[in-house]
Design a protein around this ligand. Structure first.
Ligand code: NDP
Length: 255
């Protein structure tokens, strides 16, 4: 790919890149020429994702790690730097959801969601920052949600983690702009993935409610994230930092 969107020679880490939205973003970066490290816990899923990405003509490796664990994250970053030679782009995408109202949510469940969805971004960004800085700059993309903006009775910890992601993004954007590191967030609407397939089983009528509430009249597809991830990873976005960009078919602007 030519010009300002070219990622040839760049190395990207995509947490949760072995499926769902993470794989959609990884495909976009691979098509733009970046080598990809897919980070997840499920080795079979990661192996399939690596085959998909390598089929696009780039180097791809799978790194098994728990992004909520500091030592695991440190080992993951070290392995990517030594196997792929550098780190230019970090996408903090790994996430999970437990759907319960605040009065029924257990402390362990709260902690698991905050650790997986928010603390993971802190751990991965802190661990990758020296490598990005050493390259003279880089890109970090954090994945929020519509629940970075809206409330929902079933999502106290999820919403807290995703609201936190936006503020964490802004803090890092301010802190690391002098290092030429741009930090932005993407806020997905309702996207067809394993995560939302589980939600659709739990909640009667969810599928049709999403269709009715989304101006584009459809659920999002993982490949809807290829373009935005490529833009925010590329020199085309060098003056864009601290933003939180909805990719939601208009869901967040519907009255
Ligand atoms: P998926 O369940 O398909 O993907 C989640 C990914 O995160 C998996 O690849 C999983 O890999 C990885 N993951 C989870 N926990 C850990 C962990 N502790 N360590 C390492 N990897 C982990 O869901 P989506 O693609 O839908 O979600 C991706 C992101 O997008 C999440 O942050 C989610 O909150 C967000 N999002 C999704 C929306 C949607 O509609 N789908 C809407 C708004 C936001 P493995 O199984 O190998 O551990």
């Amino acid at each position: 790919m030519a010009g300002r969107f070219d990622l040839s020679g760049k190395v990207a880490i995509v947490t949760g890149g072995n499926g769902g939205i993470g794989l959609g973003m990884a495909r976009g970066l691979a098509d733009a020429g970046a080598a990809i490290a897919v980070v997840g816990r499920n080795e079979a899923k990661s192996g399939a994702a690596v085959a998909d990405l390598a089929g696009r003509g780039v180097r791809a490796i799978a790194v098994t790690a728990d992004v909520s664990n500091k030592d695991s994250v440190a080992a993951m970053v070290e392995r990517v730097a030594s196997e792929l030679g550098r780190i230019d782009i970090l996408i903090n995408n790994a996430g999970m959801s437990i759907r319960k109202p605040p009065d029924q949510l257990e402390l362990e469940e709260w902690r698991e969601m905050i650790d997986t969805n928010l603390t993971s971004a802190f751990l991965c960004s802190k661990a990758a920052y020296p490598a990005l800085k050493a390259n003279g700059g880089g890109k970090i993309i954090n994945i929020g949600s519509m629940l970075s903006i809206f409330g929902a009775s079933f999502a106290p910890a999820y919403a807290a983690s995703k609201g936190g992601i936006v503020q964490y993004t802004r803090a890092c954007a301010c802190a690391w702009a002098p290092d030429n590191i741009q930090v932005n967030a993407i806020l997905p609407g309702w996207i067809d993935t394993d995560l939302t397939r589980a939600a659709r089983k739990q909640i009667d009528g969810l599928h049709d409610r999403v269709l009715a509430r989304t101006p584009s009249g459809r659920w999002g597809d993982i490949d809807d994230f290829a373009g935005i991830a490529t833009f925010l990873s590329s020199p085309a976005s060098d003056f864009v930092t601290g933003t939180a960009i909805p990719v939601d078919g208009g869901y967040s602007i519907m009255a």
